[in-house]
Design a binder for this molecule. Structure first.
Ligand code: M6P
Ligand code: ZN
Length: 197
């Protein structure tokens, strides 16, 4: 009889509400308000927005907790509210994976937006997403999602349990590009405060 070398987590099923993105009986729900996202948006615009209220920007529903072991998967839904700070659309913090050779798959459920990706060498790639879009984040690409629509942008993400998060690189250097509202819709523009690498 072959043995089962991976952690003995039993099979399970979670119900994902396609419209709202809510995962029933989640392991964890993370709420990101503007005050949790200091440094993400242009400072003066963010301060002005914070002076009036502290809007919800996005929530992440983590389906389950898996052992941090190669071979296991995690999955979550993210619900980004519609909105802007100045001309910049509401977006996630963004991260590289701590184990940088780990990939990820995003699947659009509701609304519209994009997956903004970059390598440490300065390559930028934008994948536009809507309901039914399956967008692939290859190993080594930093990734952030942006709601460019007028409804909540909802998507499912599946990724290796041992991928981990490197938020520090993004916090310190930013993304090379920003997604901003133009007269004819979203535009990809250089980020003047990007610090490279
Ligand atoms: C997706 C996945 C999660 C991530 C979430 C929000 O659901 O990539 O792992 O936590 O988006 O992104 P961030 O962690 O960058 O705020
Ligand atoms: Zn990721």
């Amino acid at each position: 009889m072959p043995s089962t070398p991976i952690h003995p987590m039993p099979p399970f099923t979670k119900q994902v509400d396609l419209a709202s993105g809510i995962i029933h009986d989640p392991h964890r729900v993370q709420t990101r308000r503007l005050s949790d996202l200091r440094g993400l948006f242009h400072a003066a615009d963010a301060e002005a927005a914070l002076a009036s209220d502290d809007p919800l920007v996005y929530r992440v529903y983590d389906a389950h907790d898996a052992p941090n072991a190669a071979g296991q998967l995690l999955f979550s839904t993210t619900v980004i509210e519609p909105g802007r700070i100045g001309d910049e659309y509401f977006m996630t913090k963004g991260h590289y994976h701590a184990k940088e050779d780990r990939a990820e798959l995003y699947y659009g459920l509701q609304g519209e937006g994009c997956l903004l990706m970059q390598t440490r060498d300065g390559d930028v790639n934008v994948q536009w997403m809507r309901s039914g879009s399956a967008a692939y984040v290859p190993p080594y690409w930093g990734h952030r999602t942006v709601n460019t629509g007028t409804e909540p942008f909802v998507f499912l993400a599946v990724f290796p349990a041992d991928a981990g998060y490197d938020y520090g690189s993004i916090r310190e250097r930013g993304f090379a590009s920003r997604i901003v509202a133009g007269e004819d819709g979203p535009r990809i523009v250089p980020n003047p405060s990007y610090r490279g690498g």
